[in-house]
Design a protein around this ligand. Sequence first.
Ligand SMILES: [Zn+2]
Ligand SMILES: [Zn+2]
Length: 191
Amino acid sequence: MPITQPAATDPMPCASAASAAQVQLDAELMQACQQRLADWMTRLLRDDQWPAGRPLPRLSFNQRGKAAGTARLSQWAIRLNPVLLSAHPQVFLDEVIPHELAHLLVFARHGRTRPHGVPWQRLMRETFGLVPRVTHNLDVSSLSGPRFAYRCACREHSLSLRRHNKVQRGQARYLCRECGHALFPDKRAPT
Ligand SMILES: [Zn+2]
Ligand SMILES: [Zn+2]
């Protein structure tokens, strides 16, 4: 049985994290995102920077995983992560929407290129007035889904569903960094 990484110490309580499916996005927030996108289109049209014949990109709120958003180039669409959006609305309005829109605009002008290459960086700086950052530094703890209570000899631990399943199938066991004991399911706590 392989011994994998020691269990990360995680302050999140058991089974309380909201999963993506549980997030109810505020209608006003979705409207604000639509509006921000429309505002950029209006401004770029006025400045003769909007690609000819291209409509307002379709915006959806079903991005999964840790990405804040993605640009679907050939679909002319932007997907936003509903969990991160509801936790960080201002970052999405100010940075994530321009970031993804810049991908679409580069695609319209240059076709498929390196995603965060020079044309994209220039657009971010000169058109959107933003630092062209590739990754976001949003707190992703709300994405980690249900947690499972485990114990060692010294304290409580909380494992992700993925690690919990590995333990249950006998594919892995995890050691406590402090006491070195293998973690075992804590039957006393709700999971
Ligand atoms: Zn990007
Ligand atoms: Zn321990």
